[in-house]
Design a protein around this ligand. Structure first.
Ligand SMILES: Nc1ncnc2c1ncn2[C@@H]1O[C@H](COP(=O)(O)OP(=O)(O)O)[C@@H](O)[C@H]1O
Ligand SMILES: [Mg+2]
Length: 537
């Protein structure tokens, strides 16, 4: 007997009325279960188990197109744990998947489309089978579903109806489960990617922003990388404007807390009365009109709390912070609960904390809590060799901000920048470069565009051409270098005439001769000079 698609599954079936209503209830329940099963393999298991039960068959399998779409793969086969692969269009399942038509076969081995290879592989003997297409939400065929070896009799129109509706519902549920699985995988990938990017950007950008190649800056950069991962408390000390903020941020973004918040609190900017509510928060109604507000500790949960200018914190607040560091919980003002907080503390100060401890202005116990790791930001005068890098960076930044085509320092201006003592550190340099961009008429910034303080820096002339060497000198050496350079310059300009040279330099003739001797500068004979002088003027 040949296989034939059942065109009308609505003809009267063999099952009794009671069995029918039981089956209907089972099918409805199964459909509900299927649509709520989000795990694909659990769903497939559910479909084959229930289908064999409902259709009274020995086995059932679900074939799905592989993404490449040229073969069907059995995703689950009840009674066999072997994976079966059939080429698209091959066998009964392949034909059903290709045509979208249901097929019943009552004598498998009598059907030319039946692919006996599967039985040979599994050692199972298929007598009959019923296969239905799995049609997705947009009408596309995603595979086939088949039951094998009906235990009693042959497949009825009712069986066909049940198989078709199971197939239709299963297909949608399978697609949904596949989609959810895919979305979860994508989300996991994106999350990992995002985390890596964040770490990379966070870890790299601020560290890149920490400019400079001098030994102290390199050491600082190395330390940041070393301590970022360890969840220890850090105390950053250094003069004002040396990059303590920048270092705190670098630590946070290079740490595993990079995805968490970075919350900064400037303790110096805070009146004593507000310190507590700022740090710990306040409950509603503590005073009239007071709304509930969380404090910085809670806001920084999962991240880093940067306590800037901690040296300015009142003693009472110091005690409270110490308590939070010990207990790892905070209590809001007027609150009753201890709220657990997971926060890494990075503190900074430009004060001499050790001195403040000696004077009783800073709690020693808090100091020891904070000072687990100490990072020191170098003063600008200690990283003079980085001046060109920093100045260039801030000039570019200022030009960008002010939408100027560009800005660069003339050799003389750079010499002045290098000669200056920079009491205000990098922040002062940053401001000076901004100011210079404003004052400059062209893109080249000359000494006249610098502030008076810089213009007064004691370096001029040819020495400017040797900034790196000059930077390495102490003051007397630097002065000596300047004198030598000015004398040579003046001698050249005056054709080696000592009288003219002395006049040009504002020296007596003997004064010049003394300096020439001291510095070992060779000069033309005196007589010749005198002669020239006499002849010429
Ligand atoms: N090494 C550095 N590289 C780049 N920028 C720096 C460096 N040090 C300081 N800065 C910049 O100087 C300014 C002052 O730094 P900041 O971190 O606020 O100093 P502090 O907190 O020590 O007073 C900021 O704009 C900061 O970005
Ligand atoms: Mg600061």
């Amino acid at each position: 007997m040949g296989p034939q698609p059942i065109k009308n599954p609505h003809q009267p079936g063999s099952a009794g009325a009671l069995a029918d209503s039981q089956k209907l209830a089972s099918i409805l329940k199964l459909c509900q279960k299927m649509s709520s099963e989000r795990d694909l393999s659990a769903l497939l298991d559910l479909v084959v188990t229930e289908a064999t039960r409902l259709l009274d068959c020995e086995r059932a399998s679900i074939f799905l197109f592989t993404p490449a779409r040229d073969e069907l793969v059995s995703k689950v086969a009840l009674g066999s744990d072997q994976t079966i692969r059939v080429r698209a269009g091959l066998g009964i399942a392949g034909t059903v998947a290709a045509t979208g038509e249901m097929i019943t076969v009552n004598d498998a081995y009598g059907d030319p489309r039946f692919f006996q290879g599967v039985d040979q592989d599994t050692g199972y003997r298929t007598r009959n089978l019923l296969a239905v297409p799995l049609t997705g939400a947009d009408g596309e065929i995603i595979g086939a579903f088949e039951v094998l070896n009906k235990r009693v009799g042959s497949y009825t129109a009712d069986d066909a109806q049940i198989a078709l509706s199971l197939g239709a519902n299963a297909a949608i549920a399978i697609q949904n489960a596949q989609m959810i699985g895919e979305l979860r995988r994508h989300r996991a990938i994106l999350e990992t990617e995002n985390r890596n990017l964040l770490r990379e950007i966070g870890g790299r950008l601020p560290a890149q922003n920490l400019l400079g190649l001098s030994a102290p800056i390199e050491a600082l950069r190395t330390m940041i990388a070393r301590v970022a991962d360890a969840d220890v408390t850090i105390l950053i000390t250094g003069e004002s404007g040396t990059g303590k903020d920048l270092v705190a941020r670098s630590v946070h973004f290079a740490s595993p807390r990079a995805r968490g918040p970075f919350v900064a609190l400037n303790c110096a900017a805070l009146p004593e009365t507000l310190v507590e509510t700022e740090l710990f928060g306040v409950e509603k109604g503590v005073a009239t009109g007071v709304d509930r507000r969380i404090g910085k500790f809670e806001a920084a949960h999962g991240g880093t709390l940067f306590l800037d200018e901690i040296g300015d914190l009142p003693l009472l607040a110091q005690a409270k912070i110490l308590r939070v560091l010990q207990e790892r919980t905070v209590e809001r003002l007027g609150g009753r609960n201890q709220i657990p907080v997971d926060v890494r503390i990075v503190a900074a100060t430009n004060k001499d904390v050790e001195g403040a401890i000696a004077k009783g202005q800073f709690r020693e116990d808090l100091y020891y809590r904070l000072n687990v790791v100490r990072l020191r930001t170098p003063a600008l005068r200690d990283i003079r060799e980085d001046l060109p890098i920093l100045a260039t960076y801030f000039l570019d930044e200022a030009a960008r901000e002010m939408k100027r085509p560009g800005a660069e320092l003339s050799a003389r201006a750079l010499a002045a920048v290098q000669a200056y003592s920079w009491p205000g550190n990098v922040r002062q340099l940053q401001n000076e470069m901004r100011r210079a961009v404003v004052y400059a008429r062209g893109t080249v910034i000359d000494t006249a565009d610098l502030s008076e303080a810089l213009q007064a820096a004691p370096l001029h002339g040819t020495v400017a051409a040797r900034p790196a060497e000059v930077a390495a000198l102490n003051l007397p050496e630097e002065v000596e270098e300047l004198e030598k350079a000015r004398i040579r310059e003046a001698l050249a300009a005056c054709g080696q005439n000592q009288v003219k040279t002395a006049r040009k330099l504002g020296l007596s003739r003997q004064g010049l001769i003394n300096k020439l001797k001291r510095y070992g500068i060779a000069a033309a004979p005196d007589g010749a000079d005198e002669q020239k002088e006499g002849d010429g003027e």
